[in-house]
Design a protein around this ligand. Structure first.
Ligand code: DGJ
Length: 750
């Protein structure tokens, strides 16, 4: 709901949150509050909420006419550096070399319902009755600039989104040097900044940094959201636990260079900002031109880290992921990468396909190496034509054979890249991102295509379209294996467009290709990938409902990767493959049971040589797949809950349950065996309905006991209990299956 009081106080609220803004005495847009719902406000609330006191000592005042007003300690929606506020600002505009110190004043606001989904740019969407938005029209009449800021609140969710558009009305061109998408001003509540950081093979581990006066930032300058940092960040009260405590989450619906920054000033005011990284970014606005910053979102919960995870998942699943894929079963994939790498032909693939199908798998994904003459990673990218030596009857015929087996077909592409030996590069050397310096950096022996050039995007689209149509393709794995260096677009040079627009234009080109493909093939399942999790963000999830989260398929490492990822993204957004042992990335030896139990949380796949398995292992895979199919909806779209305190390391317990709390699956994982552990330890299930009775594996237990005491952790082998031990040795896993034993209706005295 949106309330506007006296045209000066603006209140977006639902039963969970309130977001309040006001018009400051200088007519700019001020921030008042974001947190638990305040309910409908009364007119006297307005006079109470709006700040009257001014900071005096040691600050520069804003107005000659009001010598007590300053922006230095004001909560603002669009702060500008260099005014009476000396903190970093969200917007910075120049006229040639002169800073404009823009002064956007409130003109008017209007509201609307719903939010259309438009494939041209990733952004949240909602049906007419699911969201309400308010658009603020702000203007700097002296400098002839306009700014529109749109805020949206969604029914029943703890998330607010914000989108900005700046328009230059002046005859003189203006240069935007920064336009951060989101600003959130808060008083410090003993906050820690949570962020998801790592590297290739160890993405999105949770890191936490206490706030102190000064600035902390994370970001990416790699041309993609990166393996190293993720645009999802959160401010958490230090004392917040899994279940209780205030947490503010923030994210960006964007896949390129980003900055997420928290500045705490001398009065412990906290300014959280995020958006396109200002490094090597400018955008020229000629008269009448506009620029739209990516949409950002802010989430609030009082229910600790599980609250944050659940709120984030609900929002992303309903308002970012394509409606076609919402709650739709994802196929169980067999991927040939770790089974064959580049060493395959059609015969080998068909044998794997038949075997995987007989075990219950549903989609055969043909990974890297099917095209050109690509027998290693140094060749043929860009030549999206099947290798006739590997597919003598053509890729269309191969696809028919896969479909005849009864499987869907997926094919790997790396659309944004080109190999120097490819026919594409020979024909179009001007299509690559390449500075004309003699010495330039290379990555994986490939060049990045200049996706800022619409002709390049179009050329790749036509090559892909041919393969998709010929194979009646069901699924694409869209990889991206190197970052951009010495960024330089020959196309932008030719057009007279500044190279500092390149990084953003590149990402817009990536989105344009997604748009073209999905407009033509709307039911194609595209799995995002960038050397694993190098571009795991809401921009990609808008088009690709799932992402390959890491090239690390080791189940122990995945415990950390998935735990981190789940703070900001839903279960359905990452795929997990059961791979061989010893694991190819870390050499670890783990049981098939452990690997399968970890991988079943989310869309499931297998990626190992099936002909190296014993018949017992094949039987175990068949059984597991049958179990997964039975519980697929719960394991992909259920409500996720972290049972153990996050970050404990040696033990992880994940639960998924249905909204009616009638069934749940809980996976308990202990990485290293403990010497002489306590015999009795429990996993309290705080989410369970205490009024009901559950069947927990083969025992009947009341919801009250499960909630307050918990599931008994599996007995570990301790040297003297071989008869009763349920788990033994390192890499233990144990699955609990909970189901309502009998539905108890609530009585009045309960
Ligand atoms: C990196 C991906 O993450 C892998 O899964 C695989 O597809 C390789 N690229 C292929 O080159």
């Amino acid at each position: 709901m949106i309330e506007i009081i006296n045209d000066t106080l603006f209140h977006l609220y639902n039963e969970k949150i309130s977001y309040v803004m006001s018009i400051l005495p200088n007519q700019q847009l001020g921030h008042v509050y974001f947190g638990p719902s305040l309910g409908k406000l009364a007119s006297f609330d307005q006079s109470y909420l709006v700040k009257k006191e001014n900071k005096s000592a040691g600050t520069v005042k804003f107005f000659e006419t009001d010598n007590l007003f300053t922006l230095a300690d004001r909560f603002q929606e669009l702060p500008v550096y260099g005014t009476s506020d000396f903190r970093e600002g969200a917007v910075s505009i120049f006229e040639e070399a002169t800073p404009l110190y823009v002064d956007f004043k409130f003109i008017q606001a209007h509201c609307f319902q719903g939010k259309e989904r438009d494939l041209a740019q990733p952004a949240s969407f909602a049906k007419t009755d699911e969201s309400q938005s308010i658009v603020f029209e702000l203007a700097d009449t002296e400098r002839n600039l306009k700014m529109h800021i749109t805020y949206t609140i969604f029914n029943g969710l703890g998330t607010i989104t914000r989108k900005q558009k700046i328009i230059n009305l002046d005859a003189k061109p203006r240069k935007l040097e920064r336009l951060l998408s989101g600003v959130l001003e808060l008083r410090n509540q003993d906050f820690e900044l949570l962020h998801l950081s790592g590297a290739w093979l160890k993405e999105r581990h949770i890191k936490s940094t206490p706030l102190t006066q000064g600035t902390i930032s994370v970001g990416s300058l790699k041309g993609a959201s990166s393996h190293q940092h993720n645009p999802f960040v959160a401010l958490k009260e230090k004392c917040a636990t899994n279940d209780v405590g205030r947490v503010y989450g923030a994210n960006l619906i964007y896949s390129g260079n980003f900055l997420a920054q928290v500045e705490m000033d001398e009065w412990d005011n906290v300014r959280l900002m995020l958006g396109i990284h200002p490094e090597q970014f400018t955008w020229t606005l000629d008269q009448g031109a506009y620029f739209e910053a990516p949409e950002c979102l802010f989430t609030f919960t009082e229910n600790g880290l599980n609250g944050l995870s659940q709120e984030s998942a609900r929002f992303v699943e309903k308002h970012v992921i394509s409606p076609y894929w919402q709650k739709r079963d994802r196929p169980i994939v067999f991927n040939n990468w770790e089974a064959t790498y580049f060493d395959f032909d059609e015969e080998k693939l068909l044998a794997l396909a038949k075997e995987s199908h007989s075990l219950g798998m549903e989609c055969f994904v043909l990974d890297d190496g099917w095209f050109g003459k690509r027998n290693d990673d140094r060749s043929s990218l860009g030549d999206w034509i099947a290798d006739p030596l590997k597919f003598p009857q053509g890729i269309g015929r191969f696809a028919e054979k896969i479909h005849d087996i009864g499987m869907q077909l997926g094919i790997w592409f790396e659309p944004e890249m080109v190999s120097p030996d490819s026919q594409l590069y020979q024909a179009h050397p001007e299509w690559v991102v390449k500075h004309h310096y003699e010495r330039i950096s290379v990555g994986r022996g490939q060049y990045v295509l200049d996706f800022a050039n619409p002709a390049v995007v179009d050329g790749i689209f036509h090559a892909m379209k041919k393969i998709i149509a010929e194979t009646k393709l069901d699924y694409i794995k869209w990889d991206m294996n190197r970052n951009i260096t010495e960024a330089y677009s020959p196309y932008l040079a030719e057009q007279g467009i500044a190279q500092t627009e390149f990084y953003h234009r590149y990402i817009l080109g990536v989105y344009a290709l997604y748009q073209k493909i999905l407009a033509e093939f709307p039911t194609l399942l595209i799995e995002g990938c960038a050397g694993g999790g190098g571009r795991y963000d809401l921009g990609i999830l808008f088009y690709s409902p799932q992402i390959w989260p890491s090239d690390d398929s080791d189940a122990v490492e995945r415990l950390s990767i998935q735990t981190g990822t789940l703070l900001g993204y839903p279960l359905s957004s990452f795929s997990n493959h059961v791979s061989a042992t010893p694991n190819h990335q870390v050499g670890r030896i783990t049981s098939l049971t452990f690997r399968q139990n970890v991988a079943m949380f989310g869309p499931l796949g297998y990626e190992l040589d099936l002909f190296n398995l014993t018949s017992e292992e094949k039987q175990a895979i068949q059984t597991q797949i049958a179990f997964y199919k039975q519980h697929r909806q719960l394991l992909t779209f259920g409500i996720f809950y972290q049972v153990q305190p996050i970050g404990q390391g040696n033990e992880v317990a994940w639960a998924v349950y249905d909204p009616q709390q009638e069934k749940a699956l809980i996976g308990f994982f202990r990485v290293l065996a403990q010497a002489n552990p306590t015999a009795e330890a429990f996993l309290p299930l705080r989410f369970i309905d205490p009024t009901q009775v559950y069947q927990a594996n083969d025992e009947k237990v009341s919801g009250q006991i499960l909630k307050q005491i918990g599931l008994r952790k599996p007995y570990q082998f301790n040297g003297v209990n071989p008869g009763t031990a349920q788990v033994t040795g390192d890499f233990q896993s144990y699955v609990y299956h909970l189901q309502l034993a009998e539905k108890k209706e609530q009585t009045d005295d309960e």
